[in-house]
Design a protein around this ligand. Structure first.
Ligand code: AMP
Ligand code: MG
Length: 338
């Protein structure tokens, strides 16, 4: 299959909407990462997403809608869900709600809940509006690769597998949406993102965080969110994350770099000059800036052919939680506190 990559102008959006109506798969930009979309209510179309990504069938998809009214008939919208939508939609917050029979089992991997989100990106919104369908869309990477934050990343992973990629430039947030489970008595964050647990508690009154957000699953423990049990965000090289005060982190990164062969350092922008002639790349100066560039850096590090990535982390609180959740998984939980 020939894969077209088009600037996301009006004509390209119309073409993508028509492909959705024909049951095809199209990649499109959102404010978090690029999504690989298809009609969420068409079983065959959803199967084509799993095939293109090589995604395990037990990992459910997020259903994207143009506005909250489109949830009608798809899921049971609770009072808390209404409040959260009013505060954070369109935006990087996905809610788990009880599904109706209209949503095929393949979309939710057989689960009784469906994940729903309204993205805050003009192209995604125009596309959802133009096709008039709820669109199932996981991140547009091949399974196990870092999520794509540019159309070029999508092309690297999806070339020959899908007919069309809409190019809307680099994604603003850079990490996937917050996933919050609203099927229990208290909202529970299963995957942290740009909408923080504190943001959710401010509107819903309370919010918990699943313990597996910052540690590996234990033997026999079931993943609250199936995506958490799969290898994810992994660069080819081994990766270690170092967290602590700036001076201690710089010394530790240098010590480990000098003891290794073929290592690279990812450090906060303000510290770059402290590594001399060592190979060092910028990772932003705030947790949000790191989120924005992390997946791009991990892909670039693959291209350098390095064998060890030594990365400066953040404290896993507030906006730092989402970026540390991704860094921890990329590093297979090899996190060093200094
Ligand atoms: P992605 O689309 O690649 O951002 O992945 C979607 C994430 O949402 C995965 O981690 C899924 O495991 C999670 N997810 C989607 N639907 C559900 C659901 N019904 N229950 C629990 N987790 C879900
Ligand atoms: Mg993904």
């Amino acid at each position: 299959m020939n894969t077209l990559c088009l600037p996301a102008d009006e004509a390209a959006v119309r073409q993508a909407a028509e492909l959705f109506r024909q049951g095809q798969v199209v990649a499109f930009p959102t404010e978090t990462v690029y999504g690989l979309g298809a009609n969420a209510l068409d079983e065959q179309a959803v199967r084509a997403i799993f095939a293109a990504k090589e995604r395990p069938a037990d990992n459910p998809l997020i259903v994207h809608v143009a506005h909250s009214e489109q949830l009608e008939g798809l899921c049971e919208v609770t009072g808390t869900a209404r409040k959260l939508m009013a505060a954070y939609w369109p935006g990087p917050m996905t809610m788990l709600l009880r599904k109706t029979n209209a949503v095929p089992d393949v979309t939710t991997a057989g689960l009784p809940s469906v994940a729903v989100r309204c993205p805050r990106h003009p192209v995604a919104l125009a596309l959802l509006d133009a096709c008039g369908l709820p669109i199932a869309a996981p991140s547009a990477n091949r399974s196990g690769r870092p999520s794509p934050t540019t159309a070029r990343h999508v092309y690297e992973d999806m070339q020959g597998r899908i007919p069309l990629i809409l190019d809307g430039g680099a994604c603003q947030v850079g990490v996937e949406s917050t996933v919050v489970d609203l099927t229990g008595p208290i909202p529970c964050v299963l995957r942290p993102g740009a909408v923080t647990p504190e943001d959710i508690a401010a509107v819903a009154g309370q919010c918990t965080v699943a313990p597996s957000v910052m540690r590996p699953l234990k033997e026999g423990e079931t993943a609250p969110s199936p995506g958490m049990k799969h290898r994810h965000y992994a660069p080819k090289a081994k990766m270690t994350v170092v967290v602590g005060g700036d001076d201690a982190v710089v010394s530790e990164l240098i010590r480990r770099y000098d003891a290794a062969e073929n290592a690279v350092i990812l450090a906060h922008d303000s510290l770059l000059s402290r590594f001399g002639s060592r190979r060092v790349y910028p990772l932003g100066d705030t947790p949000l800036a790191t989120a924005h560039c992390l997946f791009q850096r991990l892909r670039e590090m693959d291209e350098t052919g390095c064998s060890l990535i030594l990365a400066q982390g953040w404290e896993a609180v507030g906006e730092g939680l989402a970026v540390m959740n991704r860094m921890a998984r990329a590093a297979a939980f090899d996190i060093v506190q200094v």
